[in-house]
Ligand binder design. Structure first.
Ligand code: MN
Length: 148
């Protein structure tokens, strides 16, 4: 196999895992806010057709990440919930970090939705610790904000 082909397949895999994370993140958010997640709610929330959502939900069921019953909605399995909690944590830490600097909420959300899929656990831990330190240093944060 050529190097080019391997790269393409790795990129496809990364896109797929980002899509899986987006679904799990959204499903957990729906369950936490509405008490349940139905295909119609997920489709509306992700701006995707119900047919596409049904395909993905069946795939996630096949991978053991959720249980899907056509007329009863769906529930995350323990491993699905663990992945969903993990992506939700990454989203929260990155959002808390960027909010320190007074960026526009739309910009923060857009950037976090991209970054959350690509950041490693060690880098995540650094950003979390940095956010805690910076929140105790308002003068430093103010200097950064003044420069940007
Ligand atoms: Mn997110």
């Amino acid at each position: 196999m050529s190097a080019k082909k391997r790269t393409t397949s790795a990129e496809t895999q990364k896109r797929n895992s980002a899509a899986v994370e987006d679904y799990l993140e959204r499903i957990l958010e729906l369950i936490n806010t509405k008490g349940y997640a139905r295909v119609v709610d997920i489709a509306e929330s992700l701006k995707i057709s119900q047919a596409s959502v049904t395909n993905m939900v069946q795939r996630l069921d096949g991978e053991g990440l959720l249980k899907y019953e056509k007329y009863r909605g769906l529930a995350l399995t323990a491993s699905g919930e663990a992945l969903a909690q993990n992506i939700t944590r990454r989203h929260r830490i990155l959002t808390d970090f960027l909010r320190l600097f007074g960026l526009d909420e739309d910009v923060i959300y857009h950037d976090v939705e991209g970054m959350e899929h690509h950041i490693s656990p060690p880098t995540m831990n650094v950003i979390e610790a940095l956010t805690q330190q910076l929140s105790r240093q308002p003068a430093l944060v103010a200097r950064v904000r003044a420069e940007t």
